[in-house]
Design a protein around this ligand. Sequence first.
Ligand SMILES: [Zn+2]
Length: 322
Amino acid sequence: MHIGLDIGGSKVAAVALDARGQVVAEDWRAHQARGNTEVAAELLAAARRLRDTGPFDSVGVSVSGLVRRDGRITSGASLRIAGDLGSELAGSLGTDVRVVNDGDATLRSVLDRHESETGERVTDAVLLTLGTGVGGAMVADGRVVSGVTGLAGELGHLPVFPPTDARCVCGGSGCLEQYAGGMGISVLAARAVETGWTPGHDVPSTPSAKDVVDAALRGDPVASGVLDQAAIACAQAIRAICVTIEPAVVFLGGSIAHGAAELLPARIEHHLHRHWSFAGLTTPPPVRLDAIGPFAAAIGAALLARPDLTQTITPAATISAV
Ligand SMILES: [Zn+2]
């Protein structure tokens, strides 16, 4: 069996893939583990719940944060993990363990599913996930782009506008996440309220990103303006990415993107075309909304741990979900 584990700040997802790349078991649990020892214990428990599926041939682990090509974790973000977590797990599991970034794992899974569904093999692609923050990943010439410490692909922190006094969580300013992430959108909406915007009688005085999206869908001009700023920020980021790795397609996911599915992809493409640098010579990549399932990163981790494996899309047999 090829095992994929994905641990985030509050949940751990696990899948078992057979030799044909078919998901044969899934497991999902809440957790509160922090630090290498607790996180390793949580991952071992998740893997052991899949023991009934058969002997483990390979294990891939997806974590948020900066992960080097060799699997060492530079910074494990909210999990407060670092170093060689893979070796810590390998001894207990009796097989090699590859640790990868969760965005990279998700993009691997998205590309695999895209190929399975369309027959089209994409070797150059980008993933942007617009959730509370903005995540991402890049694949160029079929390889994950991760850079020296794993910083490459942290696309939420791509500078898209000039720095201001407002700081991003990364310590920088002018980051994509400050304009297109849920937190950033709610901050921009709060500023609009301070300057006189009344977002609607049923909307709180500090609107959430969802409130902004809903108001924009109702045609509210200020909310539409905030969302358009998010679209411009995404278009700026994609333009920068295009002159770096030139992807064939940009996959868009996350709660903000799906909530604003009627508006955001089209607005991003509008701004991309409007400001495209090489008009007439090249065209901007299509921006495709992608339904990223809750096990995408776990599946991608299993696939990245065994590059010879490709995914077979069929309904999975769920072992447990708590
Ligand atoms: Zn940032």
